[in-house]
Ligand binder design. Structure first.
Ligand SMILES: [Mn+2]
Length: 194
């Protein structure tokens, strides 16, 4: 089983995650931020990851620690679940449309974090989610998982659509990258390790 359980507790957040990479997309998500739950449910569904996330964060401050620390813990869960990455495709990408929004996501599970984020979000909030926190989430995920992540908005007007397209495009890219390719003997790298 390519899966992981992550518990992470600080003075700011208390997080429990369970992840199965080879799932069917079922999820139980509870972060205390409705729109963020909606995004993570979409991520699980479209990546075919089975995902449970329970977060108790200091929302009386704001959503920052909750969203950032969820990114750290989920990235850590991916790093654990992929293990030595034997047989994995390693690279993944998708260009996902959602009405007006068109989002490119490209990932490399190379072990070296790199993050390029090019989204223009017209509104500061969607529901009770501060939209600038999307960057914090994806950045935290990329360095915790040790992946190269590029997210590029090719088009978009509606902030809900742009963000949802980002989470789903990222899910599809991660699904491709973590998929097993029978032709891969060991690890897909000329260096012999990732
Ligand atoms: Mn939606």
């Amino acid at each position: 089983m390519r899966d992981a359980e992550v518990k992470r507790k600080t003075k700011e957040t208390d997080i429990e995650i369970s992840l199965n990479l080879d799932g069917t997309g079922k999820s139980e998500i509870s972060t205390g931020i409705g729109f963020f739950d909606h995004m993570l449910e979409g991520f699980a569904k479209h990546g075919f990851f089975d995902l449970k996330i329970k977060v108790k964060g200091d929302l009386y401050v704001d959503g920052h620690h909750t969203v950032e620390d969820t990114g750290i813990a989920l990235g850590t869960a991916f790093k654990e679940a992929v293990g030595d990455k034997a047989g994995m495709k390693r690279f993944g990408y998708f260009i996902l449309p959602m009405d007006d929004a068109l989002m490119l996501s490209s990932v490399d599970f190379c072990g070296r974090p790199y993050f390029n984020y090019d989204l223009k979000l017209p509104t500061a909030k969607v529901g009770d989610f501060e939209t600038e926190l999307a960057r914090e989430f994806f950045y935290a995920f990329s360095y915790s998982a040790g992946i190269n992540l590029h997210l590029k908005e090719l088009d978009g007007e509606n902030t809900h659509h742009i963000l949802e397209a980002a989470f789903k495009a990222f899910a599809k890219a991660c699904d491709m990258a973590t998929s097993i390719d029978e032709r891969v003997d060991g690890v897909l790298s000329t260096k012999g390790s990732l």
